[in-house]
Structure formats: C-alpha cells, structure tokens
Design a protein around this ligand. Structure first.
Ligand SMILES: Nc1nc2c(c(=O)[nH]1)N[C@H]1C(S)=C(S)[C@@H](COP(=O)(O)O)O[C@H]1N2
Ligand SMILES: [Mo]
Length: 221
C-alpha cells in the first residue's frame, strides 16, 4: 500500500513535470515555430518556402505620397487616411500562416501594420454593417463577413519580415486575413466599404467560394 502510494506519487510528479515543461514551451497553446506539424497544413495544401506572386497581371506602383485609404459605408466616422495618417496609427506585429487556393501555404510570416480592430475603434461601424468590401488600386475587389474582418489577427499590413511589402505583393498596404484563403486579402488596398448586403468580389463572381475557409476547403462554389 505504502509502495503503491509512493509509485503513484512518482507518476504524478512526473506528469506534472511534463505538463509544466509543455506549458513553459507554450505547448497546447500554440504550434511552436519550426515544429513540423501535419495539423498545421489545411487539407489539400503543401508548404512552400518562397512566396509566390498571384494577381491579375497589373502590379500598380503606388508611391507612398499617392497612397490613400478610404473607409466608408455603414460607419459612424467615415475616414480617409494618407500614408502619414496610416503610419501615425499604432503599428502591431503579427505572425501568421497564409494559404492560397492554388494549394500552397507559407508558414510564419511576420507582418507589421495597423490592426483592423484599431481601425474599427476609430470608424465605429454601425450594427447593420455585416460585410466589408475591400477595393484595390488595380480594380480588384473581395468581400468578407464583418466578423472575419474584425478578427484579432487581421492587419492592414505594410511590412513583411522586417521590410516594406514590395509592390508585387501589394505594397504599400495590403490586407492580411490569415483565417481565409489569400484571395480574401486584397493587395494595393485603397478602400474599405462597410455594407449590409453582401457583394461578391472579383473571384467570388467567377466561381470562387464566397467564404473561403481553408480548413473547410471552401475553394470553389
Ligand atoms: N489587388 C489585388 N489583390 C489580390 C489579388 C489581385 O489580383 N489584386 N489576387 C488575390 C489572390 S488570387 C491571391 S492568391 C493573393 C496573392 O498574394 P501574393 O501575390 O502576395 O502571394 O492576392 C490576392 N489579392
Ligand atoms: Mo489566388
């Protein structure tokens, strides 16, 4: 009996030690950077180390002085940001995985920019605002549900891996919404329109899924 109790005591101690070690490493909370983990790749995706370029073939070069972001529609405070206005906002840092519908995923992208949560505090969307339409300098549009846009990991990003986002990847400012396929993240962002009725965007009217969750493989409609 005494032996059993001792053995149990040892097992328990060992278990607690292991759990404590895991907690220290952040295990069970987040996937550790660099750890090979099959669960990190959505169905049908493969990991790439480079960052492919995908767009309509027009890559507008927008000097910071010409860049402008309009935030309008169903908001209490419609706002227009110049580059200086944008840079004057608190800059957040975020690391996220990106998933393209063409089946590549890229892990651990380090972004800097303005969190959509911060933008929402300023423009104050009306309760009727159920969708956000992103508009770009190349004429591209894409629609996302309000809740997706308001995610804590969504950024109006201007930097990637410590450098300004290059024009081909959507600089000066692109959206990064990592929980949806990357076509839902507009490059060369210039307008955010808050609407009550959904308005399918460029790819959404051409057969892409209206929602685009990579974990549910919402590729095409
Ligand atoms: N303005 C704009 N944004 C866009 C696109 C585009 O053509 N124009 N293409 C989308 C698609 S289909 C993808 S997969 C990603 C690609 O981003 P990347 O070229 O930085 O990898 O941008 C998305 N955002
Ligand atoms: Mo895409």
């Amino acid at each position: 009996m005494a032996d059993d109790a001792t053995l149990l005591g040892k097992v328990k101690r060992k278990l607690i030690e292991t759990k404590q070690k895991w907690a220290g490493e952040g295990r069970l909370l987040t996937v550790k950077t660099g750890t090979p983990d099959a669960n990190r790749l959505p169905p049908g995706q493969r990991e790439v180390k480079n960052w492919p370029v995908l767009d309509l073939g027009i890559q507008p070069e927008i000097p910071a002085a010409k860049w402008r972001l309009d935030i309008d529609g169903l908001v209490e405070n419609p706002t227009a940001w110049s580059w200086a206005d944008y840079k004057a906002q608190p800059q957040a840092t975020m690391t996220s995985d990106i998933h393209c519908v063409t089946a590549w995923s890229r892990f651990d992208n380090k972004w800097e920019g303005v969190a959509t949560r911060h933008l929402l505090d300023i423009v104050k969307p009306k309760p009727e605002a159920k969708f956000v339409i992103q508009h770009s300098f190349d004429g591209y549009t894409t629609n996302v549900p309000f809740e997706a846009f308001a995610g804590e990991d969504v950024l109006l990003a201007c930097r990637w891996e410590g450098k300004p986002i290059v024009a081909e990847h959507g600089g000066p400012v692109r959206l990064v919404l990592p929980k949806l396929y990357l076509w839902k993240s507009a490059k060369w962002l210039t307008r955010l329109e808050f609407v009550a009725e959904d308005k399918p965007g460029f790819w959404e009217v051409r057969g892409y899924h209206n929602h685009g969750d990579p974990w549910l493989e919402e590729r095409y409609s």
